[in-house]
Design a protein around this ligand. Structure first.
Ligand SMILES: [Mg+2]
Length: 246
């Protein structure tokens, strides 16, 4: 099995290295990842500059671009054939509910899915960024299952692992939770007549819906959310048709 491994925390991140170690036991792992931090870059693509690719080891490449850039360079440039699986992570911190829309980790899995590669995004829901090994072991298990069972077309798995030192045996198949309220800290700086804002910490109140990823993590379970790329709101189609714009 050929596995393409990437992340948004950079090629030297502990979460990626933990996955590389475990996944190397079941397949040929190609690491193509940003050379530095690319968290919250979402699905952005670098179209206005060339991207430097540095080979830093056997089947290991650091790129000065986004996670999405990495998947595209891997698929069209570096790998000879399409990989059997794409794994993005393990992200340092959670990717739950509405936050998946900002995540570079999740975006790499989106790009993989768009290219027809079975894909998963994995995050450790630990604000202190510890305990990657239980998650890496779980991913190894689910990677083998995906090859056997296949994923539905246009769907990937977003996996969040609770912050635990020991192996975790409980999981829940979930839906994304919603943020009920959020407050974002802003710092305003004026320098040489110019005004800057720095987006800071977010204080969130979650809706805490039943069977959501947020609930699973709170209970200490691994959360697995299947995410579909078709964002169309089919129920709204009839409603909007009723507007009779002309
Ligand atoms: Mg990150």
């Amino acid at each position: 099995m050929v596995i393409l491994l990437t992340n948004d925390d950079g090629i030297e991140a502990e979460g990626l290295l933990a996955l590389k170690k475990e996944l190397s036991k079941i397949g040929e792992v190609w690491v193509i990842a940003p050379s530095g931090e690319q968290s919250a870059v979402s699905h952005s693509l670098s179209l206005h500059r060339p991207l430097e690719v540095r080979k830093i080891g056997e089947r290991s490449y650091a790129i000065d671009g986004t996670p999405t850039d990495g998947v595209i360079l891997g698929y069209y440039g570096i790998l000879k054939n399409s990989p059997d699986l794409l794994v993005s992570g393990i992200n340092h911190g959670p990717n739950l509910g509405d936050d998946v829309t900002y995540s570079g980790t999740v975006a790499a899995a989106i790009e993989g899915t768009l290219l027809g590669i079975p894909s998963i995004a994995v995050s450790v829901a630990d604000p202190n960024f510890r305990y990657f090994n239980p998650g890496a072991k779980f991913v190894k298990k689910i990677a083998l299952l995906i090859l056997e069972k296949r994923l539905p077309e246009n769907t990937f798995l977003n996996i969040n692992i609770p912050a635990k030192r020991e192996k975790i045996f409980k999981y829940q198949i979930t839906k994304l939770d919603k943020k009920k309220k959020k407050k974002v800290e802003l710092k305003r700086i004026t320098l040489r007549g110019k005004t800057f804002y720095w987006i800071g910490k977010e204080n969130t109140t979650w809706a805490k819906g039943k069977y959501t990823d947020y609930e699973a993590i709170k209970k200490g379970y691994i959360s697995i959310t299947p995410i579909k790329l078709d964002l169309t709101d089919y129920e709204a189609i009839e409603n909007i048709k009723g507007w009779r714009i002309f």
